[in-house]
Design a protein around this ligand. Sequence first.
Ligand SMILES: Cc1cc2nc3c(=O)[nH]c(=O)nc-3n(C[C@H](O)[C@H](O)[C@H](O)COP(=O)(O)OP(=O)(O)OC[C@H]3O[C@@H](n4cnc5c(N)ncnc54)[C@H](O)[C@@H]3O)c2cc1C
Length: 409
Amino acid sequence: PNYIEGLMAGKLSNKDAAQEAPLSKKGKQQLFEVLNGGLHKIDVPKNELNNYIRSHSYFDYLRNTLGVDDPGVLKMARHSALDWAVSGTDLMNIETAKSCGALGFVPKAVYDEENPYIYHFPDGNASVARALVKKMIPAVAEGKNAEELVLSKFNYRELDRFSNDVRIRLNSTVVNVRHIGDPKNSSEVFVKYITDNKSHEIKAENVVMACYNMMIPHIVSDLPEEQASALRLQSKSPLQYSSVGLRNWKAMKEMEIGMAMSPGNMHQAVFMDFPVSMGGYEYTKTPKDPCVIQMISCPYGETVGAPRLEQYREARYKMLSLQFKDYEEEIRSHLSGMLPKKLFDFNKDVESITVNRWAHGYTVSGPNNSIKKGRQPFGRITIANCDSAGSADVKDAINMASRAVNELG
Ligand SMILES: Cc1cc2nc3c(=O)[nH]c(=O)nc-3n(C[C@H](O)[C@H](O)[C@H](O)COP(=O)(O)OP(=O)(O)OC[C@H]3O[C@@H](n4cnc5c(N)ncnc54)[C@H](O)[C@@H]3O)c2cc1C
């Protein structure tokens, strides 16, 4: 799909790509049809085309317009959009599939001048959280700016000092929040949390709930039913990232791979990490040096076209049931199948594998006005989290936090 800004498209012709795909003879022919496809294949009057692509599914286009029935091609197509719309392409209309460069629609070069997808800390969004903590609790670490914080050691003992203006208590799961008296004119809120298997209760003047919105009805016990129902409609998709430490990346260099789409595998994409060097952290310099490659898996349910939330539930359980050895086996066969044997030997070239799984990863917003209804202030409690914006984006999370704090008055 339209994924990494500035990355050049593959050089293979449609014919060669179809021939080289691990498909049956019929599958190769159908893949060739799909790769040569496009809106020009849809036989409707020009003035009806926009309506048509909004009201017809991408799978309808594949099956009925292009006549695809090969399971291998349909599987490739289903997995060709990664996390673009937080679902497989089986749940997309033609317009969305086209916009994200799903199989058969040429990916567009994307570069959003105002918001380019190129700024990354070496440790991802963790550095954003570290910078915020440093601002609130200056004694926690050395370092005046983001650069200096990259490799700075954080002293966790500073987080919860009595003398701090802000205290952060880790490993403390809040299980109940309720107003003392009538929420409309209550002056305090009870917060109960568990730490070290012990339950504690504190009183607070105000509370910002910054956790997953769909959990709030389970925690805030006196929430009005209409608001609780709206919060229950918010959701998150499962996601899985595997980071593979390579002793060298000669094979990736020789094959000229910046990113490889692998729509038949568990990890639908494999790519070189973003070339970030900052604050003493150095990105790999030459193909002889070690580096980390990223493998992304957006798990879907088995049943093509099943409702989104059902697919998440099924995929989540399946993902969590896998063991490390399952991932290792999958990554071994994926990379060994993708890279030439003379350039890549899994046993020699792979130093490490780290698997991160988010059973509830990207925010998926609920229908209609459920987001706004759900996030409204309730007595002395306000509601933050990126779920309140319906978007899996750290900027939106910060905006929602700012709104929730201001709503406290
Ligand atoms: C795999 C992945 C990749 C992403 N990539 C990007 C990206 O490239 N760019 C981008 O902008 N965004 C990205 N996002 C989205 C971004 O990470 C989120 O939008 C952002 O972290 C949301 O921040 P938040 O503070 O709203 O919530 P969260 O970061 O989810 O924080 C909620 C916190 O509440 C805590 N919590 C939950 N329940 C309780 C409880 N009962 N008691 C106490 N604490 C509790 C949790 O432990 C957590 O620390 C990505 C998300 C994922 C999952």
